[in-house]
Design a protein around this ligand. Structure first.
Ligand code: ADP
Ligand code: MG
Ligand code: MG
Ligand code: MG
Ligand code: MG
Length: 435
């Protein structure tokens, strides 16, 4: 039974709906629709000029309609007059195949046709910084090893507790909040869920963290590497696959090494096989490659991978199996599009399951110290262009996400890379002036 948004508004005292969709670059786009007008919008969607956002569309295209998925509705805990609702993009009554939420729903349906239900949890790290973005917001947060800093997390208690209270109120089952490994960096964790629900929550979490930070006169950033020398913002994903009724974890097998079942290993095999191409989505910005491939940070480790390897409970690899029945992909960063993250995990994993892919050997070593001894594992892309070329070479992954999406994504991201290359930097002036 579809929830009637008009009734929802009357019951909850909602005055406006924020009908929100996510474009190819992860931008959240919305219209504020008064409750009086929601009944028609729930059916037909809110109209947008798609070209005005990050899609491969022209100004001549017909209207893009964002049709709310009522099951995703959330009354803003910090502004009860407004309710956010995730929307699916339609054009002339057809789904827009390049739209991230549409891509994800297609892959979830494909997994279901194989009897699989993917559940994931994400860890979107963020910094609390000054409103102008120039520095971290807490001038006393200067420790060399600031991870779990008790004093520093309490100096931001008002922000962190407010966000956590909202997650409790929304029933997300948050269970811990901490100061992370960089000065000014925090992480908040809540319980894993089905891939679409996690993607919606991940989107809403970013919106909520930014909104609450602004309310307190600060700014929150999920930028992959906002400050040179400090650990960057990861967005690790923990992944498990279940039967269709969500009761039996198909990844759990306590008899197997690390408690990861044979099926789980083939899913992981798909992730390993497609890792370099996957980076085009999990590490989608120029700045992303300053987080992976980074030199050692002030704290002693980057906590980010640079090579395609996996292992047990060891955080120096691209994939960690922290315990039975799931694995952690440590590659994605804070810039990742919440919907495309889930979509590409399912696409690569399904490819592995279908081809019974072998993830290869696990290296139970400290990759930061001994990584040079691993000679037969691919290095992750060194920059965005590298990653886009890997994606372009990976026909199977491109098709799994859909050619309309893949072509649009490659075209727009190539444009971003070209725009970056057109910059004249202080570094090149300095190093080239006297040649
Ligand atoms: P760590 O920092 O050790 O990687 P966190 O506790 O910060 O771990 O995050 C773990 C994430 O993994 C949470 O979102 C949690 O809900 C999720 N998770 C736990 N078990 C599973 C599972 N079986 N399947 C998917 N996600 C899981
Ligand atoms: Mg207008
Ligand atoms: Mg964590
Ligand atoms: Mg972390
Ligand atoms: Mg983690």
């Amino acid at each position: 039974m579809t929830l009637d948004l008009s009734k929802f508004a009357a019951e909850k005292g909602v005055k406006y709906f924020m009908i929100s969709y996510t474009d190819l670059f992860g931008g959240q786009r919305a219209k504020l629709v008064p409750a009086e007008a929601i009944a028609d919008m729930q059916k037909d969607g809110a109209g947008f000029a798609g070209f005005a956002t990050w899609f491969d569309l022209t100004p001549a295209h017909p209207d893009l309609f964002a049709v709310p998925d009522a099951s995703s509705v959330i009354q803003l805990p910090w502004k009860k007059d407004v309710a956010w609702v995730a929307a699916d993009c339609m054009m002339e009554d057809q789904p827009v195949e390049q739209a991230p939420r549409v891509v994800l729903k297609k892959l979830i349906a494909e997994a279901a046709s194989e009897g699989l239900r993917v559940k994931t949890g994400v860890e979107p790290e963020f910094f609390l910084i000054s409103p102008d973005g120039a520095k971290i917001s807490d001038e006393y947060d200067t420790a060399e090893k600031p991870c779990y800093d008790q004093q520093a997390v309490m100096r931001r208690y008002d922000v962190i507790a407010e966000i956590c209270d909202y997650m409790l109120e929304l029933g997300w089952k948050p269970y811990q909040n901490d100061h992370e490994d960089a000065n000014g960096q925090f992480e908040m964790n809540w319980e894993y869920d089905d891939a679409l629900q996690t993607a919606d929550k991940h989107s809403f979490f970013k919106f909520m963290v930014k909104s609450v930070a602004e309310k307190h006169g600060l700014r929150a950033t999920f930028m992959p590497k906002p400050f040179k020398g400090l650990t960057g913002n990861g967005c690790h994903a923990h992944i498990s696959v279940w039967d269709l009724d969500g009761k039996v974890n198909a990844f759990a097998d306590r008899e197997m090494p690390f408690g990861l079942s044979a099926k789980g290993k083939t899913f992981l095999g798909g992730i390993m096989k497609h890792a370099s191409a996957l980076a085009a989505v999990t590490n989608p910005t120029v700045n992303s490659y300053k987080r992976i491939n980074a030199p050692r940070t002030v704290s002693g480790a980057t906590w980010a991978p640079n090579t395609v390897t996996w292992t047990g409970n060891n955080r120096t690899h691209m994939v960690r199996v922290p315990g039975p029945g799931r694995f952690e992909l440590r590659l994605p960063d804070g810039a990742v599009n919440p919907y495309l993250l889930q979509a590409i995990i399912i696409a690569a994993g399904l490819s592995g399951v279908r081809s019974k892919a072998d993830p290869g050997p696990h290296y139970d070593i400290d990759m930061y110290r001994e990584g040079h001894t691993v000679t037969d594992a691919p290095k992750l892309p060194l920059n965005l262009l590298d990653a886009l070329r890997e994606y372009e070479k990976d026909a199977e992954l491109q098709q799994a996400l859909g050619m309309e999406f893949s072509n649009a994504y490659l075209k727009l991201k190539q444009g971003e890379w070209n725009s970056y290359c057109a910059q004249f930097t202080a570094w090149e002036h300095q190093t080239t002036l006297d040649v």
